[in-house]
Design a protein around this ligand. Structure first.
Ligand SMILES: [Zn+2]
Length: 255
């Protein structure tokens, strides 16, 4: 059983006890809504915090104290080509979690990712805001559609899936299980999509870095491309070694 299932059972039991205590006149009515709000808040964090492994067990961090891994979401995108140039220059192998509909628009860029030794992972087909409201069947169809595109280009069957927005729920858990893929989270969220200042963004990542980190970045953000060279060099100065995510986690990148 996953944590959310234990919590659901606990919720029902505690709700029964609270209701009983209320009808016995031992506690006030206010405890009923307060308890329900607490439960909903807990579910909210369970859905939004992939590191909690609440609905689905994800790989969020490696064990090695010196190794770290770069991951880029939402590509292929406007900055992908320039980011690939930097990675080649600095000799870093990263992982790109690609969106199916973007792959269709720039297949050559996906082939370049693969040919240059990066992991090409699955980040759903549409990456729509409604993804998390879909049935597990529809989610699975999206995952498989994206996989077949990657397979067509690289000849490899992806094994790594990163949930869009890092949001998880029971339907996604079922879909990922049926796909046979590994769910990949992160341990260091850069918040690069909302960053305004490159120096601040880079320093925030560097200051938070710890061994085993999976760094979440986006190849849609110009600022990310701008700071990437310095980020890599400063992380190396701090004694970290960049490895590919499959090496960091000891999980195969392809099936
Ligand atoms: Zn994304």
């Amino acid at each position: 059983m996953r944590p959310f299932q234990y919590i659901a059972i606990l919720f029902v039991v505690l709700l029964g006890i609270i209701t009983y205590l209320y009808f016995r006149g031992i506690i006030g009515f206010v405890w009923l809504p307060v308890f329900c709000v607490l439960y909903v808040t807990l579910l909210y964090f369970g859905v939004t915090q992939i590191q909690w492994n609440f609905y689905i067990s994800s790989y969020n961090k490696g064990n090695n104290k010196h190794f770290i891994a770069l991951t880029f979401d939402d590509g292929p995108n406007t900055e992908t080509s320039a980011i690939l140039d930097v990675l080649r220059q600095e000799q870093v192998k990263a992982a790109f979690f690609c969106i199916g509909k973007h792959i269709e628009q720039d297949q050559a860029l996906v082939l370049r990712m693969y040919d240059e030794g990066h992991v090409v992972g699955n980040h759903s087909y549409y990456h729509s805001s409604g993804f998390d409201w879909m049935s597990s069947k529809r989610m699975l169809a999206e995952i498989e559609k994206c996989n077949s595109l990657i397979r067509k280009i690289t000849g490899r069957q992806p094994h790594m899936f990163r949930p869009p927005y890092g949001i998880t729920n029971p339907n996604l858990s079922r879909a990922v299980k049926r796909s046979g893929m590994a769910s990949i989270g992160w341990s260091l969220r850069s918040f690069d999509t909302v960053a305004r200042d490159g120096e601040q963004l880079k320093n925030r990542i560097i200051n938070k870095l710890s061994g085993g980190d999976i760094i979440l970045l986006h190849d849609s953000v110009p600022l990310t491309r701008e700071i990437l060279t310095d980020l890599i060099r400063q992380a190396r100065k701090k004694g970290f070694t960049f490895v590919r995510i499959d090496q960091l986690l000891d999980v195969p990148a392809y099936a």
